[in-house]
Design a protein around this ligand. Structure first.
Ligand code: ADP
Ligand code: MG
Length: 1047
């Protein structure tokens, strides 16, 4: 097959599985071959069936016809459905492991993921063949295979739980199958781009709603009724006014009593409740559903009686009250709607009573409508729960699973079976279209050498049923829409007339004599692809009309139940158009389904039922052969054997495998066909292995493709490395550029920062330098901010220098030069220092020295700038004894002998005394005591004069450099004969001592005149004349004066 199975594109060789396959080949005598393609006698139906049987007998239920999976219902549990098995199949190629539904699923899933193509798995087979079970296995496989995140888990759980929920409401026990699907189901599993399940979407097809009100013998109503009644939840049943012991008309029309040993209703109810929770049906929604189920049971128990006018009336008003209560509508209104019928004719509404039969019909129609619409509501509710999150919508892929009611033949077949079988015709048609027909047509189109395989094309039957204007559905609609009394027989007649020549239609009027017995007058027979089915024409018109009286719709629209309120609307009543008939609707929905399916890559599971007893171990050869025939499996095999396992357009093939040949890699610019030719040459394809069509290459055996794919997978590693390398380089370079850029930016900032900092520093430095220079230049100026530092520094330096260079002695008047700024300080310091030095000097002075100084100071006071000799003498220390040494003894003696007590000698010197008359010189010694002045004879130290200190009035000296000393004494002191005229070598010293002793400094007079008079005793006066001369001299001048010559 081209579609769906392009196995070679997904090879993952696992050698251990190979050996598994080989061993299964070895054991084929017992277990048969796993792929019918390997059958030696592939044209023989017997061999085919024999192979199936061998496998069935060894509990191998799956066999391939190439990519098509044939499954035989084992009617017993075989241990091949564990999660481990699923995991094994996950990594194995389809053709490499023994056939399994998981292999089909996994192959489709991988194709979805890798080729990004929507998939669908079509499961066909008659009722009870195992379709629903197969669909569950597929779901299970997907659930185990796909992602494990919370969100995915929750979606998968919902998907899985949707099955038991829908089965409870849509499946029932039939004579064919205890769990027969009474509705068609198409489920899309929605995957995101990485292959995780992210949602789902369901389509439901024609529920067999007639079952709600009536079941054939041996069959049951839908499971949910029994499940609800078996519920152990007493309060639930109470609230619904239900009891397991009550007789329910809608259940007991069947001879099967409520309890069925085979079916675990109690357990199933729990499963259903859980499923409802998982699907996130609210408590309120769940109650609404159970209320509707209960309402239908109660409604079934509403009986009618008929009065003599033929007007129906309800028997048990309390039952209708219960129904009204449950649905939350007005009981009277409901009663009215069940007993009467309102028709709007040309704008007027006309109400007419119903007879019993019509009332019952109305009641049943209502029950069916409620159940049918509730079922559809439930599917929609499931869809809203399974809807994927919006943002993932664009890149999603889906895998559809079609599990629809299978072809079925009952003892009595009605409209429903007609629809179901029509549906199966359509699916068979699709199968033929996509496998047998299109494949062969393709070989022809592509110019491949081909011997056509004959097969039965059921298109003729499809046309018989659905052709516009001519088909059965059109005829049925015609009868239904016809004015006047329409009837089932009218419909049958129409068919008998119109379809008289059709090979696949037989009716009583057309039947051969031999068949007359088989076809009663009110029946017709269709020769379906899967067999002849005789349909009873009864109910066709009604069921096709599917009418619900408008008052009933009105009542339903007025109910408070969430579901009925939503599914019956006033709007429906307003619509003037006649609703489409059931068959037309179904036809439309089927055609839509076909359109959905053809857009996807299909995979096929063909289910076969081994017996009609629903028991394991029985292989009814006749039954199986029939199915093999109508399913077209032999033709399928023949096409498969003669055909090619794989085909692809040249461009696609080249695109995938071009990397395997240097001539086509990396690009082949010519015609893709030439490219492929080059490729096959390079790969050394055997000429039997493939064929070149007009637009496609056809490869006969999967193994050729496996080999190519293996090479590709290996090459992929190289390519991946190459891509990785390129990418890594690119990524690394990108990263590098990014880093470089970042570094540059960083550098920029850092540089700016550093530059700014340097600039700040330089500016600061300049400022500092400028200040420094300015400070330096102005360092001798007034203190400013700028020169302050210099000043400070020069002060410090000065002080340091000063400290090291302080004058050592007081006499040293030197003082280190100072900067201008320190001048004041220097002066102060100098003064302070000298003061300090002087203090120290003073402190260290001996009394003698001190005395010396006191005298010197006194001398200074007395003489400085006054007497010329002062400057030449002031540095000579004073001595208190200025006597030649030979006189010292005299002096001592004198001291001891002549001085009065308390009298102390202060000074003594030798002097020259001049007489007051003749001025003749006499050598004398002068002694100064603290009381008097003694003038003694120098020879013997005899006292000549003794003058008390108080008696001295004046001391006179000249301003010149002479040694004259005139001591004025009061005239009264006659004894002394006038003032004393002395010449003293150390006149300054002498006067100082005397003044010191007298303690009257102003006693001294320094005469500035050249004439000094002196008293002579007797009131006379002498004159002393001071004249300049070359040499110092004393002597009596011609004037009679004492002349003192000074230079
Ligand atoms: N693979 C299987 N393994 C075991 N039993 C199966 C298998 N397939 C089907 N059955 C049995 O057959 C019954 C009918 O199968 P089902 O799938 O409901 O048929 P269909 O949907 O085709 O009408 C199931 O209830 C189950 O008991
Ligand atoms: Mg089923």
């Amino acid at each position: 097959m081209q579609a769906g199975h392009s196995p070679g594109e997904r090879v993952g060789l696992a050698t251990h599985v190979h050996s598994g396959m080989e061993s299964s080949l070895q054991s084929r005598d017992v277990a048969g071959v796993h792929d019918f393609v390997l059958l030696e006698n592939y044209g023989s139906e017997d061999a085919f069936i024999n192979n199936l049987q061998k496998r069935f007998n060894t509990d191998i239920i799956y066999t391939y016809i190439g990519p098509v999976l044939v499954s035989v219902n084992p009617y017993k549990n075989i241990p091949i459905y564990t999660d481990d098995v699923i995991k094994t199949y996950r990594n194995i190629h389809y053709f490499e492991a023994i056939p399994h539904i998981y292999a089909v699923t996994n192959t489709a899933y991988q194709a979805l993921k890798e080729e990004n193509k929507d998939q669908c798995i079509l499961i066909s087979g008659e009722s009870g063949a195992g379709k629903t079970e197969a669909s569950k296995k597929i779901l299970q496989c997907i659930a185990v295979t796909t992602g494990r995140t919370n969100q995915v888990e929750s979606v998968k759980e919902k998907l899985l739980q949707s099955t038991p929920l829908l089965e409870a409401f849509g499946n029932a026990k039939t004579t064919r199958n205890d769990n027969s699907s009474r509705f068609g189901k198409y489920m899309d599993i929605i995957f995101n781009y990485i292959g995780d399940t992210i949602g789902g979407s369901l389509l439901n097809y024609l529920l067999e709603k007639s079952r709600v009100v009536m079941q054939a013998p041996g069959e049951r109503n839908f499971h949910i009724f029994y499940q609800l009644l078996s519920s152990s939840d007493a309060s639930l049943l109470d609230s619904l006014h239900l009891s397991p012991n009550t007789y329910y008309h809608y259940l007991n029309t069947s001879i099967v009593s409520m309890k069925d040993n085979e079916i675990d209703d109690i357990g199933q109810f729990r499963v259903v409740k859980r499923a409802m929770d998982v699907i996130e049906l609210s408590e309120q929604e769940q109650t609404a559903i159970f209320t509707l189920v209960a309402s239908i049971l109660h409604l079934g128990n509403v009986g009618f009686s008929q009065d003599e006018n033929g007007n129906a009336s309800i028997n048990a008003p309390e039952t209708i009250a219960t129904v009204a209560k449950l649905l939350a509508c007005d009981a009277a209104q409901l009663t009215h709607a069940l007993e009467k019928k309102t028709i709007i004719a040309r704008g007027d509404s006309v109400t007419t009573p119903l007879n019993k039969e019509l009332a019952m019909y109305a009641r049943d129609a209502l029950a069916k409508a409620i159940y049918d619409r509730m079922f559809t509501w439930l599917v929609q509710r499931l869809n809203s729960s399974l809807r994927p999150v919006d943002d993932e919508f664009n890149r999603t892929k889906v895998m559809g699973i079609l599990d629809i009611y299978g072809f079925e033949i009952f003892g009595k077949n009605s409209f429903e079976q007609f629809c179901i079988n029509y549906c199966n015709e359509k699916l068979q048609q699709l199968f033929i279209e996509l496998t047998l027909k299109s494949e062969q047509e393709e070989y022809f189109r592509e110019g491949i050498e081909w011997v056509p395989v004959q097969y039965f094309d059921n298109k003729v039957i499809c046309d018989l049923i659905e052709e516009r204007h001519k088909g059965i559905i059109s005829l049925l609609d015609e009868e239904c829409l016809r004015p006047g009394d329409t009837s089932d027989m009218g419909f049958l007649n129409k068919m008998s007339i119109n379809l008289v020549d059709h090979k696949h239609f037989v009716s009583y009027s057309k039947a051969e004599r031999t068949m007359l017995k088989q076809i009663p007058r009110d029946e017709f027979q269709l020769v379906h692809y899967a067999g002849k089915v005789t349909y009873s024409v009864h109910g066709f018109v009604d069921k096709n009309n599917d009418l619900l009286f408008r008052n009933l719709i009105e009542v339903m629209a007025s109910t408070k139940n969430t579901i009925t309120k939503a599914v019956f609307t006033e709007k429906e009543l307003e619509s003037k158009k006649r609703p489409e008939t059931a068959a037309s609707q179904f036809k439309k929905s089927l055609n839509k389904l076909m359109q959905i399916l053809v857009t996807k890559d299909p995979s096929y599971v063909r289910c076969i039922k081994p017996n009609n007893e629903q028991t394991s171990g029985i292989f009814d050869e006749q039954l199986v052969r029939h199915q093999v025939q109508y399913l077209g499996l032999m033709e399928n095999l023949r096409v498969r054997r003669a055909g090619f396992a794989y085909r692809r357009t040249y461009d696609v093939f080249l695109k995938r495998y071009k990397s395997l040949c240097p001539g086509t890699w990396p690009n082949f610019n010519g015609d893709p066909k030439d490219g492929v030719a080059l490729l096959t040459q390079h790969l050394q394809y055997n000429k039997y292995e493939f064929s070149m069509g007009k637009t496609k290459i056809f490869i006969r055996y999967p193994k050729t493709l496996f080999m190519t794919e293996d090479l590709f997978q290996l090459k992929k590693n190289d390519l991946a490395t190459l891509i990785q390398r390129k990418y890594k380089t690119h990524a690394a370079r990108k990263n590098f550029l990014k880093m470089r850029w970042a570094a540059i930016v960083m550098q920029k900032y850092i540089r700016r920062f550093l530059a700014k900092r340097a600039m700040r520093r330089r500016r600061l430095a300049v400022e500092v330098l400028r200040r420094l220079l300015k400070g330096f230049i102005t360092r001798d100026g007034e203190p400013t901010e700028d020169n302050m530092a210099f000043i400070q520094l020069s002060r410090i330096n000065y002080l340091n220098r000063l400290a090291g260079n302080l004058p050592k002695s007081l006499v040293d008047r030197d003082w280190p030069a100072c900067p201008k700024a320190c001048r004041d300080v220097s002066i102060v310091l100098h003064k302070l220092y000298r003061g300090q030095q002087a203090r120290i000097y003073r402190k260290n002075l001996s009394p003698e020295k001190k005395r010396q100084f006191d005298l010197k100071i006194l001398a200074e006071k007395l003489f400085q700038h006054k007497k010329k000799s002062y400057t030449s003498t002031h540095l000579t220390p004073f001595e208190n004894v200025r006597l030649p040494s030979e006189l010292h003894q005299h002096k001592t003696q004198y001291e001891t002998n002549q001085l009065v007590p308390g009298e102390k000698l202060m000074y003594c010197t030798n002097i020259t005394k001049y007489d007051r008359h003749g001025y003749s010189p006499r050598d004398r010694a002068l002694l100064v005591t603290n009381k008097a002045i003694h003038i003694v004879d120098i020879k013997g130290f005899k006292v000549k004069h003794k003058l008390s200190l108080e008696s001295i009035t004046e001391l006179v000296v000249t301003a010149e450099m002479d040694g004259l000393l005139l001591i004025r004494i009061p005239l009264e002191l006659k004894k002394d004969k006038g003032d004393l005229i002395l010449q003293c070598a150390h006149v300054i010293e002498c006067v100082t001592f005397i003044v010191d002793a007298v303690k009257k400094p102003n006693i001294l007079k320094i005469a500035s005149t050249s004439m000094i008079s002196h008293n002579i005793i007797g009131g006379k006066e002498g004159q002393i004349e001071v004249t300049a001369g070359s040499e110092l001299g004393f002597g009596k001048g011609k004037t009679g004066h004492l002349v003192v010559t000074v230079n």
